[in-house]
Design a protein around this ligand. Structure first.
Ligand code: ATP
Length: 297
């Protein structure tokens, strides 16, 4: 079904990073994907999608990113007959290939903006799923339990508190693919710890650090920079720190703001560049007034 998406007034849509508040891999599926149980959480560290009125679509992807996901999303929309009238640009702030889902968020948040403006979800979701397992989550963002290959989503209430994260230097071609390939059945688990954590959130209880698992921890510990970052958290007095996604970003959760600030200072003292961040639920208010979607006959 053809649609026209028109940007009526300039707007900036924040495309937030995500953290995995636990990521268990259950096993490998016949289709080559892995079955996961994970809790996804958007945080207030964001890329910026800048949309302006224009008679036709223009988009220049940021330099240095091959096969850019926003460009792919736009091509898929065009292939489904969606005509976009906008000038679009992307300002990157989220570290790339860090386990923070920046690329997935850029594409998923753009699709989410169009959906919240009136584009049918049934049109956008298959595009998101095809772009990547994390992408459908960003159509709404917030907090969600993700199962299957990561695309079966159940919204959850957000956790309290703050997160402190560090992104160690790790240059690994096809990082996510390589880390999945490094998993062995010993890294698999039954998902129950993460399901119990999800139940705590449903009951609006605090996160339980003892229930956080990450299947990629063992392969990530092969990298000196990841070990150093995790050691720095311990030296700074933190009992728990975990990778997000397939890393190399590592983070901890602090129920109190003051403790998060102290930890940030302590990590800076050990030469790292920590990021103090909080859960963020995207607001789609502005999108509804600035973008119109019409069905074309
Ligand atoms: P994943 O675990 O899915 O690999 P990630 O969170 O580790 O994700 P991203 O920042 O999403 O990392 O980037 C993953 C890959 O996607 C990068 O290697 C990059 O080349 C590619 N990519 C495509 N488009 C983008 C984009 N807009 N921003 C960042 N990376 C992008």
């Amino acid at each position: 079904m053809p649609y026209r998406v028109t940007v009526r007034e300039p707007l900036v849509v924040l495309a937030p990073a995500k953290l995995n508040l636990g990521l268990e891999v259950l096993g490998r599926r016949p289709d080559g994907y892995h079955d996961l149980v994970t809790i996804l959480q958007t945080i207030d560290l964001s890329d910026r999608l800048v949309l302006e009125p224009a008679p036709r679509l223009t988009y220049q992807p940021p330099s240095g990113i091959g096969d850019e996901l926003v460009a792919r999303a736009l091509r898929s929309l065009a292939a489904k007959g969606v005509v976009i009238e906008a000038r679009l640009s992307l300002e990157k702030r989220i570290p790339v290939a860090a386990g923070l889902g920046g690329g997935s968020s850029d594409a998923g948040t753009l699709l989410g903006a169009f959906v919240h403006a009136g584009l049918p979800r049934s049109l956008a979701t298959p595009i998101a799923t095809q772009l990547g397992s994390d992408v459908p989550f960003f159509l709404d963002g917030g907090t969600a339990l993700a199962r299957g290959r990561g695309t079966d989503l159940e919204p959850l209430p957000p956790p309290n508190g703050w997160f402190v994260l560090v992104v160690p230097e790790l240059t690994l071609a096809h990082k996510t693919r390589q880390l999945y390939a490094a998993l062995t059945p010993a890294d698999y688990s039954d998902g129950l710890a993460t399901l119990r954590q999800a139940e705590r959130l449903r009951l609006r209880q605090d996160l339980d650090p003892r229930l956080v698992r990450n299947a990629f921890l063992r392969p990530l510990l092969a990298f000196e920079a990841v070990r150093q970052a995790l050691d720095a958290f311990v030296t700074a007095g933190t009992r728990w720190a975990w990778p997000s996604g397939s890393g190399p970003a590592v983070f901890t959760w602090c129920p109190q703001r003051e403790a998060a600030e102290q930890l940030t200072l302590a990590l800076e003292t050990s030469g790292l560049r920590p990021i103090l961040t909080a859960p963020l639920k995207p607001s789609w208010e502005q999108v509804r007034t600035a973008i119109t979607v019409e069905q074309l006959h």
